[in-house]
Design a protein around this ligand. Sequence first.
Ligand SMILES: Nc1nc2c(ncn2[C@@H]2O[C@H](COP(=O)(O)OP(=O)(O)OP(=O)(O)O)[C@@H](O)[C@H]2O)c(=O)[nH]1
Ligand SMILES: [Mg+2]
Length: 594
Amino acid sequence: MAYVVATAGHVDHGKSTLVRALTGMEPDRWVEERRRGLTIDLGYAWTTLPGGAHVAFVDVPGHQRFVGNMLAGLGPAPFVLFVVAADEGWRAQSSEHRDAVAALGIDRGVVALTRADRASAEQVAATGERVRAELAATGLRDAPLIAVSAVTGVGLGELAAALEDALRAAPPPSGRLRLWVDRAFSVAGAGTVVTGTLATGSLAVGDEIELLGRSGPRRATIRRIESEGASRDTVAGVRRVALNLRGLAAEDVGRGDAVVPPGSWRETDLADIRRTSGPEVRLPQRLHLHVGTAATTVRLRPLDDDHLRLRLDRPLPLTPGDRLVLRDPGSGLVAGAVVLDADPPPLLRRGDAARRATALRASGPSVDLAAEVARRGAVLVDRLRQVGLVDDATAAPDAVLAHRGWWVDAATCADWAERLRRAVADHHARDPLAIGLSRGAVRDLVGLPADALVDLVIAEAGLVQEDGHVRAAEHRPGLGPAEAAVAAVEERLAARPFTAPEADDLAALGLGARELAAAERQGRLIRLAPGIVLLPTAPALAMRELARLPQPFTTSQARQALATTRRTVIPLLEHLDARGWTRRLDGTSREVVR
Ligand SMILES: Nc1nc2c(ncn2[C@@H]2O[C@H](COP(=O)(O)OP(=O)(O)OP(=O)(O)O)[C@@H](O)[C@H]2O)c(=O)[nH]1
Ligand SMILES: [Mg+2]
């Protein structure tokens, strides 16, 4: 198994020296660091411990000025090697690093009491006691505590064994892929390389990735993966990794950016959080936020004593459960928090903040998915996935309707359906001649968030779709004010079935194309040609007369037999031809088809 361990501890307490002693590698990468005997930026070294565990170390600086670098090293690491010099004892940055460990919720680690060769047995014991007391309120309260000397080698074997035991006891990493970048550089001939502590997920050569960060989401392809100095085809957390990326310039990426699967994370500038550690004081409004290797300034809005809304000056890919370090560089204050919601609802109305605090107080480690969907009304499942509320295996909860990639709150859907039923009923009342509401109007009228939901709401409302229109199932378009006029035409046609009313007559009755179309839809009249209407029974009646004529017959004979005009008989005969009841033989003659 492979592991990553971050160091922590006061300046000069022997972190780098200890890493060097354990790995044989030099963690201080910079000439300046080696000249000054001071770590400035993160250092990396790795080894296989005697028990066989592959361990990479991220060595952090202890000096107060480089606390940002320290947090970038500790941020993505699930395990800490906490160093306190036995001869010097607990110091200011011991406290600061302990607070960071507590804030990040790191609960696995080993404590090394270093420089033991320079301390008396009493000093070692006293430092040990102090360390126990100082760590009592953190996840390291029960961590093994081992005195070592990098100079004489005392305790190193015991420390390595304790490290291995604790590392093997750590739970396997779980969670979505998100590699926080801690370094980016370009290699001649190879291009851009980014490095980081892969805490969750896996990567393979050829994978397309998305880089979130300073230069906006960018896609790139993994050309090569290196871990602990060796090239690999695939790699899974927890490991140090270096990715050679195709399609990305080195200046477009840097510490605090994140490598994720394309489209799978969403950067947010809002998050609701719960305080988890730190002094019980009211936090200042402006603070520095550290998460993973990223840092940004944030504005805090208290919701209650424990819950806050963060507005991030730089959007970051956050997910519920993320541990945050909140820091006030002025006062040295360090507080810890956990993200409860990376996609929180806006607080618009009076009382929203208090209601939100109540909801956050009630929110536990498991999310009430139905409530999350309810407060959004409808939400793309992909969006829920991006903000860490569901994974591929999550089923839609009760009271949630799944429809074409969306989850819709059942009560919201019922409201929408009711709204649509009312709109359609209004439409029928206003325009009884029309078949119904045009489908295109549904989304706007109801206020649906997407076209994809139109069918769902129509079905939910029990409405019928026909020819791009939505109507009530029982709706038979009436004739409204045209009713009397159509009845008058029917009466006339009953007496003289083949005398289509003249255009003037129809106009006088107020029957335009719309009204005639509606009358035809209802089976009251048939239109043979624009403005030529007869009763629906006329074609059959006409056939009775025509069958009595000598076959074939001329148009003129037909006109006489039906006692009508050329204006009516021509479209009527064409109608009969079209039905296949008569057949046209030449310019003037036809016969009845038997
Ligand atoms: N005698 C003795 N000296 C040690 C031991 N470990 C470290 N030192 C010395 O302590 C000094 C500081 O050691 P570093 O390893 O640079 O300390 P550090 O914690 O990495 O310091 P920063 O990275 O600057 O925070 C160096 O001069 C080391 O040689 C030890 O076990 N015994
Ligand atoms: Mg160092």
